[in-house]
Design a binder for this molecule. Sequence first.
Ligand code: ATR
Length: 275
Amino acid sequence: MHNDLYAVVGNPISHSKSPRIHSLFAAQTGQAMEYTAIQAPLEDFAATVRDFFAKGGQGLNVTVPFKEQAWDMADRRSERAEKAGASNTLYQEADGGLVADNTDGIGLVTDLTVNAGVSLTGKRILVLGAGGAVRGVLGPILAVQPGELVIANRTVAKAGALVELFADEAGDTRLSATGFSDVAGAFDVVINGTSASLQGDLPPVSTDIVTPDTVVYDMMYSPGMTTFNQWASENGAGRILDGLGMLVEQAAESFRLWRGVRPRTAPVMEELRKH
Ligand code: ATR
């Protein structure tokens, strides 16, 4: 019997941790599946996806720069994917329809609330950035009802557009948009969703935002401490977390969608931290 086939598609893709994560999940849960990495040509993502499913593939994860295209080409979208405007998880339904879901936001919230034990409910939260990555996590963050959620971005209009888009999900959360230099006061939780560190940059926010009671979460992950977390650490943040947990949790949620089993994530995170 052959194994069911899954893959992650991106460009570039060689550094993706997803094949390792899903192989560990498969071994842990005894699922007969194989998970590979596919580099799609930049101009040929949709054809790569169609070809994968035509050859009997069961499910795909999608990463940079194709998440919006994955969302666009789907026949159906989950509610959370619809609002996220991007998809990291694709599968086919029995009628052949392509379904787009997005597990990034639930991955972040699970890592923060379950793994790290940080409650977001009623808290004052700052999100830095207003690109695709941030749009993907706002729904699940608002679902746990922070007291206040400030979205700060270099291009303030993009933060404003997200506030408008998510206003209907805000409930009692005070949701607002601002520029980096106007962010004021201390926050319970600061989430960095900018890609500034890729250029070795930092969002120019006041050091007043972090205190010994602040939890700082960089959605990025790097083997050493990220640039943003380094800054937070030097300025007295109480706890500092990086995006490895989010990566493993979004993978676990995709795995559950495909296989109906949710793997335990703690042993996988431990394994990934080793090397
Ligand atoms: P992603 O999919 O990673 O979210 P994106 O949609 O291009 O990618 O968004 C990148 C985010 O990082 C944006 O919020 C961007 O700010 P702008 O909207 O003003 O472009 C932010 N960003 C990128 N480089 C940055 C830098 N050097 N300083 C501050 N913010 C930066």
